[in-house]
Design a binder for this molecule. Structure first.
Ligand code: GDP
Length: 457
């Protein structure tokens, strides 16, 4: 394939910047712009080594660099590759990239290096997709999941399921070819058993997507409550928790801030925290019911907080009404004071069974809140370290299609259809599974997947 080049480090000023090239002739391009301190023939340079020297244009030094050499097939793309480590400044990196392009390289498209790794057979499509997940990870658990997919855990599972199908189908094919052997009855039973087992495995994978989604996007969480209930105190208690890793994102509307908090592996995306903060010292400006309703409607989880040292007011009742039929946790705050509201109060239990007593002031009960959240999102049933988790919607849709095909195949057997009709549905299952790993995909899908990558990857 032709030589491609790209800047692989993030835009902006940094200590170093990397320009990367891949392709059979990339060392020829390099040779035209790089003057190593100690000249050696390319055949004598081993893969996985670095050389010091200068990038030179018309006899003039452009920058002092280190170049890493990777020789085919032992490289990211399985092609010859090199990486020029330059000083990290926009101008110098850009200049070196331009020199590569002037001397025979083509500008790489986003994801083209990883696409080559896939097209050259080093990784399957699913592993390539996990590279995006790793780059985009917002929590350690998400990173782990991405890494395990890159290492082939999910690919192996899919292969295992396909093998299970094929082992049975080999016998079926024999009987299609030699119909005089009447083995159909035994076979049908065998096929049914296989379908049951395959379906159960696929359903387990499909179910894991909910967890995957949570790991990927975080649980969109809204904290609501009337003024002085303790919203900003709870927010602070969560944010100042030792184990909380906090990342701030620009919200979707202009002046909201979304904070991504990661506690005990639970990624929470707190909505409208700016609203809570800004207004916390201003009685009149406090978030009103209307606004609370808006926030609650966009959330995956609503945490409604009440001051348990005071009788409920009309405003509290309205808040209780608006969380009815929502995924919500009721918090009875200020447990350190003389409390008059408790968890058995029917006004609460009518709304949800998820009620936690806490003191946002001294942190009492915060752990209970976290374990409640884990429960509600089934995060503690899944063993995050061992179970295989689907995080990609494309994979989920294909798995759902495969499940449909297992059901159809089963129906066809029960209707007494001939085995060659059944085999058609079973081939569908194999094709859907093959589309996940990239054996059966169209070029359009491949292009769409790689277009989501960043430049230089
Ligand atoms: P918000 O208006 O809902 O954001 O409420 P704040 O977090 O600003 O809290 C209102 C008042 O209640 C402040 O004076 C807090 O210090 C106090 N407060 C909040 N949580 C607790 C708690 O758990 N115990 C006690 N004793 N006071 C609390």
């Amino acid at each position: 394939m032709d030589v491609i080049a790209s800047i692989s480090t993030a835009p902006g000023i940094g200590g170093i910047g990397i320009v990367r090239m891949s392709g059979e002739d990339c060392f020829k391009v390099l040779d035209k712009i790089f003057e190593p301190k100690k000249k050696e023939k390319i055949e004598d340079i081993k893969g996985y080594t670095m050389k010091y020297g200068h990038i030179v244009e018309n006899g003039k030094i452009v920058d002092e660099v280190l170049v890493s050499y990777f020789k085919k097939p032992r490289s990211y793309t399985t092609e010859n590759m090199c990486e020029i480590n330059t000083h990290g400044g926009n101008i110098v990196i850009r200049k070196i990239l331009d020199l590569c392009l002037k001397n025979g390289a083509n500008l790489a498209e986003p994801g083209e290096f990883t696409k080559r790794a896939f097209l050259n057979g080093r990784i399957d499509l699913l592993q390539a997709e996990s590279v995006i997940d790793i780059i985009d990870s917002k929590s350690e658990k998400e990173l782990n999941t991405g890494m395990k997919q890159l290492q082939g855990q999910l690919s192996n599972k899919i292969k295992e399921i396909k093998q299970e199908i094929m082992d049975v189908m080999v016998n079926v094919d024999v009987s299609i070819d030699y119909p005089e052997y009447d083995v159909e009855e035994v076979e049908n039973k065998e096929v049914l058993n296989m379908l049951d087992s395959v379906q159960a495995k696929l359903e387990k994978l499909e179910k894991s997507f909910d967890t995957g989604k949570v790991l990927k996007n975080g649980i969109k969480t809204a904290i609501i409550g009337k003024p002085n209930a303790g919203k900003s105190s709870l927010l602070n208690a969560i944010l100042h928790e030792d184990r909380a890793i906090v990342t701030e994102y620009e919200g979707t509307t202009r002046d909201t801030i979304e904070e991504f908090v990661n506690i005990n592996g639970i990624p929470l995306k707190l909505i409208d925290t700016a609203g809570i903060r800004e207004n916390s010292n201003d009685e009149i400006e406090k978030i009103g019911i209307k606004k609370s309703k808006e926030i609650a409607n966009t959330a995956d989880l609503v945490i409604a907080i009440f001051d348990s040292s005071k009788e409920l007011t009309q405003e509290d009742i309205e808040i209780l009404n608006l969380i009815k039929n929502k995924k919500a946790i009721i918090i009875l705050n200020k447990s350190d004071l003389n409390t008059i509201l408790d968890v058995n109060d029917k006004r609460f239990t009518d709304v949800t069974k998820d009620i936690v007593k806490i003191s946002a002031l001294n942190g009492e009960g915060i752990e209970d809140l976290y374990s409640k959240i884990l429960d509600m999102f089934n995060l503690n049933q899944i063993n995050l370290d061992n179970d295989i988790i689907i995080t990609n919607l494309r994979h989920k849709n294909l798995i759902m299609k495969a499940i449909e095909s297992t059901k159809k195949a089963r129906e066809t057997i029960l209707q007494g259809m001939p085995i060659d009709i059944i085999a058609i549905f079973i081939k569908d299952i194999l094709e859907d599974l093959g589309a996940i790993t990239g054996e059966y995909v169209t070029e359009d899908i491949i292009n769409e997947i790689f277009s989501k990558f960043c430049l230089g990857k």
